[in-house]
Design a protein around this ligand. Structure first.
Ligand code: HEM
Ligand code: HEM
Length: 166
């Protein structure tokens, strides 16, 4: 962790958080065309070009690049420490959730690319299993954020709203 430890996320970190959120939502909403195209590939057929399939592939690559940038900025600039008022077990759970989210946001595009460009069924299965785990972790993360906002009322959501200039 760099010194001094930041007291807030930077504006760039916050923009990246919400941009990746929107892109991930699109990946989940618009997955049907690539699922159908991949079924055709598995049956030995060649699917016709579809902009929605291309969007899934391109969107996934964009997520990979933006998440890699997030991890790099996190390492170089740091992030504000988790609220001191949280019990240690809760802080550990938050850390594990955040690291797992980063890992899956990198592993999803990689497994998707191996499945799509190499026609690899094991990678496609991994992609399917991980999309369910990622969704469950996102749900847990959102519940955690809402718990802070409405039960603990410690203003945690503000940390992902207004940031430091750098
Ligand atoms: C695709 C969905 C989402 C993903 C993958 C995601 C991922 C993450 C990650 C990895 C962090 C940790 C940042 C760090 O310290 O390095 C984070 C922080 C945060 N996220 Fe999300 N997030 C998502 C959606 C949301 C939503 C919908 C909300 C609001 C309801 C939210 C609220 C927050 C807040 C308040 C923090 C700061 C937590 C803290 O500083 O302790 N996130 N998010
Ligand atoms: C974070 C990025 C990504 C997310 C969140 C995501 C999400 C999804 C989801 C929800 C499905 C539907 C799975 C199902 O039918 O059960 C899917 C299928 C698929 N995705 Fe992705 N995807 C991502 C990146 C990519 C990339 C970059 C590629 C290719 C270069 C890709 C290729 C595929 C393929 C081939 C399928 C069909 C797999 C199958 O039916 O077994 N994905 N994706």
């Amino acid at each position: 962790m760099p010194t001094p430890i930041p007291t807030a996320y930077s504006r760039l970190q916050i923009r990246l958080h919400w941009l990746v959120f929107v892109l991930l939502a699109l990946q989940y909403i618009l997955h049907e065309p690539i699922t159908e195209a991949f079924d055709m590939v598995e049956d030995g057929l060649t699917p016709a070009f579809s902009p929605l399939v291309a969007a899934h592939v391109f969107g996934g690559f964009l997520i990979f690049v933006l998440v890699a940038a997030r991890i790099y900025i996190r390492k170089e600039r740091g992030v504000p420490p988790l609220p001191e008022t949280d019990p240690p077990l809760q802080r550990m759970a938050a850390h594990v959730t955040h690291y797992s989210l980063y890992t899956l946001m990198i592993a999803m595009p990689v497994s998707g690319a191996v499945a799509w460009f190499r026609g690899n069924e094991a990678a496609a299965e991994a992609h399917e299993v991980m999309r369910a785990i990622l969704l469950a972790l996102i749900a847990l993360h959102v519940v955690g954020a809402l718990y802070h906002q409405f039960v603990v009322k410690d203003g945690l959501m503000q940390r992902m709203r207004r940031g430091d200039p750098v």
